[in-house]
Ligand binder design. Structure first.
Ligand SMILES: O=C(O)[C@@H](O)[C@@H](O)[C@H](O)[C@H](O)CO
Length: 354
């Protein structure tokens, strides 16, 4: 079991690699999709503001660019463990079953081959139409610290998704109208196509595909169906294509937000199958449709109990905070991450090293 940190594309620099190393991380999860550019680690989105513009066919996905990133991370004594998320502009018709589906699935295959050739073992993804949406920034963590959350009462109105937008990003501003209606069955069929096409390529490339659940974990969001909005639905995804390369980006916060099951049973169920590729080790208070993220040591999850279960099942992946409340200080994101990583290291030393 390793401790790491996720860095958005605008955070991928030597300063943050050195910060991660000094905080005690050994591994990096890199986001190459250019969302949240210029913001500060806790990002709200609503009917108007999404995660930003997504560009297609960027060079950042080439083998040479990925290998260069890996070399830069390794120069600071860290390991690049995973890339998290495809660019919506590169796979929108895979999600929408549109005319460019075949062309785009071939691009995803090449990206996975590039990641494998660079020796990066994991690729995280979120098979979602609406994406991670409706994150509300509120001062609800300890001491009034600002964090993200979701609220039917206070949050954004669930407006329909416009054409040219998907996964809470914009890939084409010049189209009118709204996306076609999609049934839950249709979306599961599209995920099946995605896995049937991509898992064999991932197996050959030595890459594990790791699925993130739907956050917020609602059955539908903005008029679109969701796939993994309860813990048991992760098993349906895994059973589509049983393979070492079909695994989970196990977001503890999102699973805790779910209204069925519990995080501990979920760790038992999927940890016992050795299906946890890496873990978003983060904590929340509440459940959909009313929850908010809190500091890792003050939420509804007993993180020590969760860590003991991960140890019980010999989890050998990476724990990352993913995101965390911001401190009311200079460098609010770094302070939040330093606190989270310090806590994780503390309980790790007490639980895992004993
Ligand atoms: O659920 C959340 O809020 C996060 O875990 C996601 O934003 C995560 O960063 C993934 O990249 C979403 O695909």
């Amino acid at each position: 079991m390793k401790i790491g940190i996720g860095l958005y594309r605008y955070m991928l620099n030597k300063e943050n690699y050195r910060f991660a190393k000094q905080a005690g991380c050994t591994h990096i999860i890199a986001h190459l999709v250019d969302y949240y550019r210029g913001q500060n680690g806790v990002h709200g989105t609503d009917e108007v503001k999404n995660m930003g513009e997504s560009l297609a066919n960027e060079d950042v996905w080439s083998y040479e660019s990925i290998q260069k990133l890996k070399n830069e991370v390794e120069e600071e004594g860290l390991t690049l463990y995973a890339i998290e998320n495809f660019a919506p502009a590169d796979w929108y018709d895979v999600l929408l079953d549109g005319p460019k589906k075949e062309e785009q699935i071939e691009r995803l295959k090449q990206i996975i081959r590039n990641v494998g050739k660079a020796g990066i073992p994991v690729f995280g993804y979120n098979f979602s139409i609406a994406g991670v949406w409706g994150h509300l920034r509120r001062p609800l963590a300890r001491g009034g610290a600002v964090s993200v959350g979701f609220s039917d009462k206070e949050g954004a109105k669930q407006t329909p998704i416009k054409n040219g937008q998907i996964w809470n990003m914009t890939y084409d501003e010049n189209v009118e109208g709204y996306i076609d209606e999609i049934t839950t069955e249709q979306l599961w069929d599209r995920l099946t196509y995605f896995l049937n096409e991509l898992v064999p390529v991932a197996e050959e490339a030595g890459v594990v595909l790791a699925a993130h659940p739907d956050d917020p974990p609602l059955k539908t969001l903005r008029g679109t169906p969701r796939l993994v909005y309860q813990p048991h639905l992760y098993q349906k995804l895994l059973d589509i294509y049983p393979s070492k390369s079909n695994a989970l980006e196990f977001c503890m916060g999102t699973i805790q937000e779910m209204t069925e099951g519990n995080i501990y049973d979920a760790i038992e169920q999927y940890g016992s199958q050795e299906k946890l590729a890496y873990v978003h080790f983060r904590n929340v208070k509440g459940k959909v449709p009313e929850y908010h993220e809190v500091f890792v040591d003050e939420g509804d999850i007993d993180m020590v109990k969760a860590l003991k279960l991960l140890k019980k099942h010999n989890f050998d992946g990476v724990l990352i905070p993913d995101h965390t409340p911001l401190f009311d200080t200079e460098n609010p994101w770094h302070m939040g991450m330093a606190h989270a990583i310090g806590y994780i290291k503390g309980i790790y030393d007490a639980v895992v090293k004993e």
